[in-house]
Design a protein around this ligand. Structure first.
Ligand code: SPD
Length: 286
């Protein structure tokens, strides 16, 4: 049978975001429907339960923005936790730093890891073979509950949009646990949804992190295949508000290994909070 092109759409609030391509694999895991198609414009693309997760063409917009603001800022980044991240892209970015000595990657769905390794090997790259990466198939919330205090230097939350089984990863209880298991200088970095297509969730994440941590900062950029295209990442810390402070020597080396992220890009991205979001976060009129 000829594997002809199909349109695959993510439906979101009466809009749809579609890619045209050929089906590579479709599987129902214990948690979700997993689809990969080989698209004409974005290369292979992964969809989980009807939501685009990543594609070969645009994944660096997402993974580089999640990882580098935190890792380039901290003196100590030896022990890292990644919650989610089953495609391997976040781990790959972390492992660009020789100073990283251990990563616990906690992904709930073994099938996402298996399928990513097999069909999207470009995303995880060498990370899957790196001895510093330790993979745990587990629920992220259950994992953080059993970790001792002050254990991780950085925690990355690389999760899907809120849903029945990811909701807890957006909860105050989860953020409290993250704060407890982070070192006093540590940074929590999370994808924080779209200020446009997920505005309420976006604001809720920022408000929660501001309440639980001493300070937080949000950056904006594009992820072309996500609803509305504009996306955000929020970084929280118990340090002062200037906790995003890149180490210039190292940054020059990391920039050479990135397709999207560099210091100018980051500096602009942290200044892009739209007024309507700022107003609601601060609850003031400007
Ligand atoms: N709208 C999709 C949000 C998904 C964010 N996580 C993507 C996983 C890529 N590692």
């Amino acid at each position: 049978m000829i594997n002809s092109s199909i349109w695959l759409d993510e439906y979101h609030k009466n809009s749809r975001f579609g890619l045209k391509g050929k089906l590579v694999i479709k599987k129902i895991s214990n948690f979700q429907e997993i689809i990969i198609i080989e698209t004409e414009e974005y290369g292979k693309a992964l969809m989980l339960d009807g939501c685009w997760m990543t594609s070969l063409k645009d994944e660096k917009y997402y993974h580089e923005c999640l990882v580098h603001p935190a890792l380039s800022s901290l003196k100590k980044i030896s022990n890292i936790l990644v919650i989610g991240g089953g495609d391997g892209g976040t781990a790959r970015e972390c492992l660009k730093y020789p100073r990283v000595s251990h990563i616990d990657l906690v992904e709930i769905d073994q099938e996402v890891i298996n399928i990513s390794k097999k069909y999207l090997p470009e995303i995880g790259g060498e990370a899957w073979k790196d001895e510093r990466l330790s993979i745990h198939v587990n629920d992220g919330f259950e994992w953080v509950k059993k970790i001792k205090d002050n254990n991780y230097d950085v925690i990355f939350i690389d999760c899907s949009d809120p849903s029945e089984f990811s909701n807890l990863l957006f909860s105050d209880a989860f953020y409290e646990e993250c704060k407890r298991i982070l070192t006093s200088e540590g940074i929590l970095a999370t994808q924080s949804e779209s200020p446009e297509s997920f505005k309420d969730t976006h604001i809720r994440i920022i408000k929660s992190l501001n309440n639980i941590f001493k300070t937080s900062k949000t950056m904006y950029s594009f992820v072309p295949i996500y609803p509305s295209g504009i996306w955000s990442w929020t970084f929280a810390s118990n340090q002062n508000s200037d906790f995003i402070k890149p180490n210039f020597t190292e940054v020059k080396e990391i920039e050479k290994k990135c397709d999207i992220w560099n210091l100018n890009f980051q500096n602009g991205a942290f200044k892009m909070m739209p007024n309507k979001i700022l107003r609601e976060i601060n609850s003031i009129k400007i």
